[in-house]
Write a protein that binds this ligand. Sequence first.
Ligand code: ADP
Ligand code: MG
Length: 368
Amino acid sequence: MNKNEQQFFAPGRVNLIGEHLDYNGGLVLPAALSIGIKASYRKRNDNRVLLSSSAHTLQKEIHLQDAYFFQPENDWCNYPIGIIEHLKKEGRQLSGGEIHYESNLPEGSGLSSSAAIEVLTAYLLLSQTESDIDRVWLANFCREVENEFIGVQCGIMDQYAVALGKRDCAILLDCDTLEHLYIPIVLEDYKLVLLNTNKPRSLIHSKYNERKRECDEALRIIRATQPSVANLCAASPYYLDLLQNETIRKRAKHVITENLRVKESVKALRLNDLSTFGRLMNVSHQSLKEDYEVTGLELDTLAETAQQTRGCLGARMTGAGFGGCAIAIVHKTAIEEFKNKVGEKYLSVTGLNCNIFASEIGDGVRKI
Ligand code: ADP
Ligand code: MG
């Protein structure tokens, strides 16, 4: 490393349980991964920012005095450009520099590489003038960039996990109050295993918006007779009887029961009871498959094959669904056999190769 060069790292994230609850005001349990994006930064004495990434051929030169907007042809550079533009809007002093990104985090696989590049860029630029960056502020700021500049209506979970992740801990985040608590994850002889379907998530944006609308509708109907219900996650399972439409009832059933599963999971994890947590993961997957209907053949094949394979305590899809990744808790001595068995079955059912690898739970964004 050149002496004028600084290096920063931001992790990807998985959600251990509590899926599709962030926009329903519920509890989620994400964790930062040990894989992520690294940025090398070199300051310049002018007003230009040079952006490059080893994963992409497009490079871009930004002039800090000029205003930039989202442009499809700017492709991946829209993420750092969005961060720069919003930092300028906040009145932050920025100086020129060269930023080069390198990554071992698959892009577009539901491990939140978008939140990683946003949080990494903002942290790196702010670190030039600030020694104590407020990580909750950072998460909210980057979410705003993804919502407003990129135009993706994600919840707060991803940026929160990337900014506030802690080694060997999950973050219990209440998406209604935004309070968070660290929950130690003691895996001992087990490992967190990621299973990438390698399936492009084509349906994701339209179906995501459709689920949001269905949940809003469920809450509207429940509130007509139960006005004090703050959000869908806070509704009692008894209120499901108020929902006549079967689709709306199934969506609400997933949301209400999944929120209860997060609470059960936290209880189990506090007792180091991984078997109970594994069972809750399996039930969560089933609920996402049958009631929320966001899985599909690829995620179902991976999660269900994993669940039946020796040494696996539990498996479920993670992230928004329709492709992306699943996670499993697997005994470390069984991982090789697990990879072979699940990989073979997945190939025979879907015709696709999956990637299966263990990951540690790591810290949030930092200088390295
Ligand atoms: P996810 O967040 O699930 O990985 P998104 O579609 O939200 O998927 O974000 C992926 C996008 O983030 C990529 O298409 C790319 O534009 C950007 N990105 C992620 N990692 C990198 C990287 N290492 N270098 C450049 N751009 C990246
Ligand atoms: Mg993303």
